[in-house]
Design a protein around this ligand. Structure first.
Ligand code: ADP
Ligand code: MG
Length: 142
């Protein structure tokens, strides 16, 4: 499925809809360049799960856990990962196998350890269509 947005609010809403429909154990992977809107999308998804707490990119930790919603939410941002082993250390496997909803920003950096079954989200700009234009491709894998 391909969606197009023209503002951060619209991207937030796409995330929110997916968050409202998310099922226990579902894993979302997010790929796209810096500043494309991965965190905006994630904030929407958290909202859709009923999380009221502010969601930001976990700068100094790989994973941030939010318990206040309909399901636990595990937000990973692996942008600064040095070595894939760091994912073991934070218990990545247990989170993605768990009953909560997991979302991984920069999932392409840890491709080799992603669960087979996942919802892949790709966000892209197209400057010919304007600075705020984003194309969001959603793809079920596995
Ligand atoms: P990332 O997490 O991918 O690095 P962020 O979500 O932190 O990116 O930032 C996206 C930036 O792009 C924000 O400043 C946001 O306001 C801006 N923006 C402009 N248009 C859009 C859009 N259509 N969707 C999402 N973000 C947008
Ligand atoms: Mg981000």
């Amino acid at each position: 499925m391909v969606l197009e947005t023209r503002s951060p609010e619209e991207t937030f809403c796409v995330g929110m809809r997916l968050g409202q429909e998310a099922k226990a154990g579902q894993v979302f992977t997010l790929t796209g360049d810096l500043g494309v809107g991965k965190t905006v999308f994630t904030q929407g998804l958290a909202k859709g799960l009923g999380i009221e707490e502010a969601v930001n990119s976990p700068t100094f930790t790989i994973v941030q856990i939010y318990e206040g919603g309909r399901l636990p939410f595990y937000h990973f941002d692996v942008y600064r990962i040095g070595d894939i082993e760091e994912m073991d250390e934070v218990g990545f496997e247990d989170y993605v196998m768990g009953e909560g909803v997991s979302l991984i920003e920069w999932a392409n950096l840890i491709e080799e350890i992603l669960p087979e079954k996942r919802t892949e989200i790709l966000i892209e700009k197209d400057l010919e269509k304007g600075f705020d234009y984003r194309r969001i491709t959603i793809h079920e894998v596995g």
